[in-house]
Design a protein around this ligand. Structure first.
Ligand code: PEP
Ligand code: MN
Length: 335
């Protein structure tokens, strides 16, 4: 439910309204916008008498939100959410590129790649330490040692770290991680999402291989319902009947999600295509379609990568992609 307040609403009456909602065990999210102040009510709002609310002097209108996602809903928060990671902002017209290898493999590898993607203009670095692999015999990541190497690369370059968590037991290792990634395979690991709802760090939530946008937003809702409103949504390709690419990039998710939610939306053209040469056209297309950022896999020796080599760009190819993305950025559609 959303309450739209009249301009210059009386402070005392507003506090009275808030404490009334608190007594009903309903959370109030206040958004002070340029034109209007909105109170988003989250909880069991069936106990709220709409007519009584409408009768209040400070209330202009009250609307029920039909969709099952509430905190993530744009109706709750008409302005774009901007997420801040150190000096980097993402969302609300702020565009950021995250780049780095699929997996952290060695000190030299992660530090070299971090330095090169930084020189090409990436604002954050990625690198998996805990890897969700289809085969239990495949490289599973360097785990705790991988996180230490990411911290070292951060110290050298100043780039914030984005890395994936697979289980809440790993959380203590993420103390110096800037953005915690939830991978596609864990999008509906609800216990993990609930745990991340208690964390005070941005969460990069990837869309599952076969999930709808509403399901993606319901997963964001799990994190937000716990109190952590810093969620970045990521489209990384979905499974369709097409086999020419690893997945099918659903670029229509950008305008669709833009209507549904206020959360930032980034695109991962690497996992979406699985093919390095396809990353550039889709990175540019996603940028023009209005994405708030990109996450791109880069490796200093893709042929020898322990994971996802075929989709990894060389540092030189990434430099070209970053340049082309910056060139088309002024044409990005923000409707
Ligand atoms: C990744 O980003 O390394 C990854 C495993 O991605 P996804 O969860 O989208 O497959
Ligand atoms: Mn990967």
């Amino acid at each position: 439910m959303v309450i739209i307040l009249r301009n210059n609403a009386d402070e005392k009456q507003l506090n009275h309204l808030k404490s009334w909602m608190k007594d009903l065990h309903i959370e109030v999210h206040e958004t002070i916008g340029k034109k209007q102040t909105i109170l988003g009510l989250v909880g069991d709002t069936t106990v709220v008498d709409i007519q009584m609310l409408r009768a209040l002097e400070i209330v202009e209108d009250v609307r029920r939100i039909q969709e099952p996602y509430k905190a993530a809903n744009r109706k709750m928060h008409p302005e774009d959410t901007v997420i801040t990671v150190g000096d980097v902002k993402i969302g609300g017209g702020n565009f950021a590129i995250i780049a780095g290898p699929c997996s952290v493999e060695s000190e030299e590898q992660i530090c070299d790649i971090a330095a090169s993607v930084k020189a090409s203009g990436a604002q954050m670095m990625r690198g998996g330490a805990f890897k969700p692999r289809t085969s239990p015999y495949a490289f599973q990541g360097m785990r705790a040692d991988g996180i230490k190497l990411l911290e070292e690369a951060k110290e050298k370059t100043g780039l914030p770290i984005v890395t994936e968590i697979m289980d809440l037991s790993q959380l203590p290792l993420f103390e110096n991680v800037d953005v915690i990634q939830v991978g596609a395979r864990n999008m509906q690991n609800f216990e993990l999402l609930k745990g991340l709802g208690k964390v005070n760090k941005p969460i990069l939530l990837k869309r599952g291989l076969a999930n709808t946008l509403q399901e993606l937003l319901m997963s964001a809702e799990y994190i937000m319902a716990g109190g952590n409103e810093q969620v970045i949504l990521c489209e990384r390709g979905i499974r369709t009947f097409e086999t020419a690419t690893r997945n099918t990039l659903d670029l229509s998710c950008i305008p669709a999600l833009r209507k549904m939610t206020h959360l930032p939306i980034i695109i991962d053209p690497s996992h979406a295509t699985g093919i390095a040469s396809m990353v550039k056209p889709l990175a540019m297309a996603a940028t023009v379609a209005g994405a708030d950022g990109l996450i791109i896999e880069v490796h200093n020796n893709p042929a020898r990568a322990l994971c996802d080599g075929p989709q990894s760009l060389t540092p030189e190819a990434f430099d070209d992609v970053a340049k082309c993305v910056r060139q088309v950025l002024p044409y990005a559609c923000r409707d």
